[in-house]
Design a binder for this molecule. Structure first.
Ligand code: FEO
Ligand code: CA
Ligand code: CA
Ligand code: CA
Length: 650
């Protein structure tokens, strides 16, 4: 939907200060000579330390595939991709089937896969072979409200969106928990399960952590569930990203409050305006007052959190963990420090927003009796320190603690002091606190992933077309192709307050005529990195999200559709592994423990360049996944496996 996008722009010729930093040869030279490289060069995972192909062969051996413009999922020779779980599919094999004209009711949708599949995790079921059966938790990030209904957006304002439509749209957000099983031929399917459930924008949710002083201890719903994470106590972390899209008002006299402005909610200005056939936002507020920004009791401060879900307990109540801050959360990458404290890395995906880290006060003890379930998070994810990252030009960085009285953040003096912060406000006005602390504004931080052995941390910075001032960590003024930055904490301790960093890869084509847009990738090129996830073998899987408005356009013509690549962190070698159908984004990755089954999400196949689907011709752009008789293009989870039964990547 148009209001959810960050439109890209076609690259313009640019020969400024970044030129020397992004031509491949000079990049290596420049970085090799910098403090950043010197500081990291003792690490086995340092780019440029060993460029031998033999080394990469130890990590992955599949034959890379070319860029694609075909309306299908393409995987390497010897691999197969099978559709597992599409928007509208029943969650347990028994709930209502998908109707191709999108005429399923709201009640149906509450028992079917939501739209916009994004982050996901695979969970073992105690007593079951996890390589043959398990639970898949899948995020549903957003809704194409034109494809969701047979008659698209009708009726248009001033007639309100009907209650039934609002309810169906709300049910298409959130999370699916489905039980899946592999048959003897290797194919996977969703099976009936007492654990299958949908969590939607209407599910009762508990709120915990410091912000409860401000927003209370309960609410309903989780929305715009972008990327994800997991805890060692086997819970799922789902991250609320573009939650601003569900709030709005038809009150033309509305003025955002100071605190709403602090979160960027003042962009709602256009939500009560109709522009041709563009309809603003989700319009849920036309039926649900809690989403109406003009109401002082609206729920806008109850969204924008990381939400913990216990996938094994279908009666469990999801918990919003406010100690992890409130912003446009992308994913939540968790690790356990040597002393047992839990550390969560998080990105805030908007231009010039920040990278965060939470360090728990409590410790996780895997040998304690209680090793499973969201109640552990009450002790660990509710109390701790929240930090934001500053990347300095000398290749070092600092974690700046966000707390009243620290790093320039003023302490709240009186109840009516709207400038100062208390602990609750650190967790609701998080962006504002981070800005005061002088964190480094980044080129849209998307996923963060930690190398399984070196503990280096990688963040994808997908693009930023309007960077005003470049800096060392965001060196492209018109960063249409994005890049990936990595860092290593001092003493290799995730709780450290300082680190060393460098740029790992720049997006773009390595042969681009303009060095300002050239990539340093050793191998297959890509643009707009977004999904980023290490598998346990140390392969870095990179997934791309070029906007539909730029796919195939000048500057992007040779890149094809969105894709997934394998990258070797030690050599910088990249190899294209999967390409998606027309108009899609590739996002979300999970694996079975034996690494023989990989799950990947295809989000919004068929999204038109202008973001406006056509209700009269829903398959104009894409017929994926079910071909001409499928009725609608549908976001879906696909299963990838090797025909010879080998591990993924081999
Ligand atoms: Fe949901 Fe920033 O991607
Ligand atoms: Ca993303
Ligand atoms: Ca993205
Ligand atoms: Ca998307």
């Amino acid at each position: 939907m148009q209001s959810q996008k960050n439109p890209e722009q076609t690259p313009q010729p640019l020969r400024d200060l970044i030129a020397s930093a992004v031509s491949r040869r000079s990049f290596i030279h420049a970085v090799a000579g910098s403090a950043a490289f010197a500081a990291l060069s003792d690490l086995p995972g340092t780019l440029g330390a060993d460029k031998s192909d033999a080394r990469t062969d130890d990590l992955f051996r599949f034959k890379g595939i070319p860029p694609s413009s075909s309306d299908t999922v393409v995987v390497p020779e010897g691999y197969v991709a099978e559709v597992l779980y599409r928007w509208g599919d029943p969650i347990d094999g028994q709930s209502p089937a998908f109707k191709k004209d999108a005429s399923n009711s709201a009640a149906d949708q509450e028992l079917q896969a939501g739209m916009g599949h994004d982050g996901m995790e695979f969970f073992a079921i105690p007593g079951e072979d996890p390589n043959r059966r398990g639970l898949l938790a899948v995020n549903h990030e957003y809704t194409d409200q034109i494809l969701l209904f047979p008659d698209g957006l009708a009726p248009l304002p001033p007639d309100p969106m009907p209650k039934e439509k609002v309810r169906k749209s709300m049910a298409s957000h959130g999370v699916s928990i489905v039980e899946i099983e592999r048959n003897d031929k290797g194919s996977w399917s969703v099976v009936p399960s007492k654990r299958a459930r949908r969590i939607t924008a209407d599910t009762p949710v508990r709120v915990s952590g410091p912000a409860i002083d401000k927003v209370g201890t309960s609410t309903r719903g989780t929305v715009n569930n972008c990327a994800a994470g997991r805890t060692p106590w086997q819970t799922y972390l789902t991250c609320e990203e573009n939650f601003q899209g569900i709030f709005g008002t038809n009150d033309t006299t509305f003025q955002p409050s100071t605190s709403q402005k602090a979160y960027g909610l003042d962009r709602f200005g256009f939500f009560y305006k109709i522009d041709g056939n563009k309809v603003p936002g989700y319009r849920w507020w036309e039926q649900e007052p809690r989403f109406d920004l003009s109401r002082s009791d609206n729920d806008s401060e109850r969204f924008g959190y990381v939400v913990e879900i216990d996938p094994l307990d279908p009666t469990s109540v999801p918990v919003k963990r406010t100690a992890l801050g409130r912003f446009r959360h992308e994913n939540a990458e968790l690790t356990v420090a040597p002393d047992g404290r839990v550390v969560v890395y998080m990105g805030d995906d908007e231009m010039d927003q920040y990278v965060y880290k939470f360090v728990s006060e409590g410790k996780w003890n895997p040998n304690a009796n209680q090793v499973q379930g969201a109640r552990i998070g009450d002790g660990i994810l509710d109390r701790g320190k929240l930090y934001v990252a500053r990347f300095d030009a000398d290749g070092t960085g600092r974690w700046l603690e966000l707390a009243p009285g620290l790093n320039g953040i003023p302490t709240k003096q009186t109840k009516d002091d709207s400038h100062g912060f208390d602990a609750a406000e650190i967790c609701t006005r998080t962006r504002e606190a981070a800005k005061i602390a002088n964190a480094t504004p980044m080129d849209r931080p998307e996923w963060i992933s930690i190398h399984p052995t070196s503990r280096e941390v990688y963040v994808s910075l997908t693009n930023n077309k309007s960077r005003h001032a470049t800096d060392a960590a965001n060196p492209r003024a018109n960063n249409v192709y994005g890049h990936i930055v990595r860092w290593k904490e001092d003493n290799n301790d995730p709780t450290a307050e300082s680190f060393r960093w460098q740029v790992f890869l720049f997006g773009g084509n390595p042969t681009h005529e303009d060095p300002a847009y050239r990539s340093n990738a050793q191998g297959d090129f890509f643009a707009c990195p977004d999904g980023l996830k290490f598998d346990p073998s140390g392969i870095l899987w990179i997934q791309t999200d070029m906007s539909s408005s730029v796919i195939g356009k000048p500057g992007f013509a040779d890149i094809g559709h969105n894709m997934m690549l394998a990258a070797d962190p030690s050599t910088g070698t990249t190899r294209r592994f999967l390409t998606g159908p027309r108009g899609c984004e590739i996002t979300g990755m999970a694996m079975t423990p034996d690494r023989k089954t990989m799950f990947v999400n295809i989000q919004h196949p068929g999204e038109p360049a202008d973001d406006l689907s056509d209700p009269a011709e829903p398959m104009k752009v894409s017929q994926w996944p079910d071909g001409p008789d499928g009725g609608r293009p549908r976001s879906a989870t696909v299963v990838i496996r090797k025909l010879d039964g080998g591990t993924i990547g081999s």
